[in-house]
Design a protein around this ligand. Structure first.
Ligand code: NCD
Length: 321
């Protein structure tokens, strides 16, 4: 049974973290993951107190460099950095020189010359964040690169599951919907496998990746069969912005076959948790009432865990520099 650290236990992390960047779950060991999650446990408690501020990263500079829209991830990195005492600068592509034709590498080198300690990057191209990490002297955190990885999302999802179930090993987790375009699915598949969960993916054939057989998951093409007796249901948004061509006949038909409603949910275990990385599209991938059902849905707790996980990641990366 995993135990989250009580906040009175440790104001500083116990061991060093041997990574300069957090680019993907693929680079982490089980110990690394539990190290981050334990540290995040400390911040969950601190974030519920009136005074949430630390001086751990005082004097450090963090840049949020977002080439794609974001509400929760960007705000979460910003809050995480500020609560640790760092100076945080937000850059979005709408008002950056990328709009004037500057390449990703030139943007990276320019920011690097200002001596940041960490850059959190979101980019529409898979692999772009790795490329950027090779060009700068500071730590880089992947805030989502194309359809590839979104490691802090998978970590916050694991933390949310641990809060409710006390373990991940042996749980059956169903990830449902637009798997093909989802970096959240890819990072979660890696992390859940690393921690010993049984992972199912449920998708229409058009949204199932061709390489599914190399993912170490059980694929399903039917929601009722895939949800049967599962402990955790992770719903995904249709990533329309990544689709070229028609992947679904209509939104209405998609909801009928693939949207989570009471009837399909009844196939899962009675205490199954409903998760979603957000932003949710009500009535498309999830019934509005279910999304708001606080007995089943942990969507807002995922947001809360996100800040704690990002504080832990920032602290561990910057402390080991
Ligand atoms: C996800 C993302 O951007 O990959 N959202 C998030 O980070 N909370 C999923 C999505 O946009 O559907």
């Amino acid at each position: 049974m995993f135990r989250l650290m009580n906040h009175t236990m440790a104001a500083t992390p116990s061991q060093t973290f041997n990574h300069r960047h957090l680019l993907g779950i693929e680079d982490l060991t089980r110990d690394d993951v539990y190290h981050i999650l334990e540290r995040a446990g400390y911040y969950i408690e601190k974030n519920r107190e009136p005074d949430k501020k630390h001086a751990i990263l005082k004097g450090r500079t963090i840049i949020n460099l977002f080439f794609e829209n974001s509400t929760r991830t960007r705000t979460s990195f910003e809050l995480a950095g500020k609560r640790l005492g760092a100076d945080v600068i937000n850059m979005s592509v709408a008002n950056s020189s990328a709009k004037k034709g500057e390449t990703l590498i030139d943007t990276a080198m320019t920011l690097n010359a200002m001596h940041p300690d960490c850059i959190a990057v979101r980019h529409p191209e898979s692999g772009a964040v790795h490329l950027l990490a090779r060009k700068v002297n500071c730590s880089v955190i992947n805030g989502g690169d194309g359809m590839h990885e979104h490691p802090t999302q998978a970590l916050l999802d694991a933390l949310t599951i641990l809060q409710h179930k006390g373990k991940i090993e042996g749980l059956t987790v169903a990830i449902c919907g637009d798997i093909l375009h989802s970096r959240v699915a890819r990072s979660n598949i890696k992390l859940l496998n690393l921690l010993g969960a049984k992972v199912r993916i449920i998708a229409p054939p058009t949204l199932m990746p061709a390489a599914v057989h190399s993912f170490n998951v059980e694929p399903f093409y039917d929601m009722r069969k895939g949800l049967k007796d599962c402990d955790i249901i992770m719903m995904l948004r249709l990533q329309m912005e990544r689709m070229e061509g028609n992947f679904i006949p209509s939104v209405r038909e998609y909801f009928h076959f693939w949207g989570l409603d009471e009837e399909k949910l009844s196939y899962a275990k009675p205490d199954a948790l409903i998760m979603h990385p957000g932003p949710i599209n009500r009535g498309v991938e999830i019934d509005s009432k279910l999304a708001d059902d606080l007995n089943r849905s942990v969507i807002l707790q995922q947001v809360e865990m996100g800040v704690a996980v990002r504080q832990a990641a920032l602290e561990l990366l910057l402390h080991s520099q």
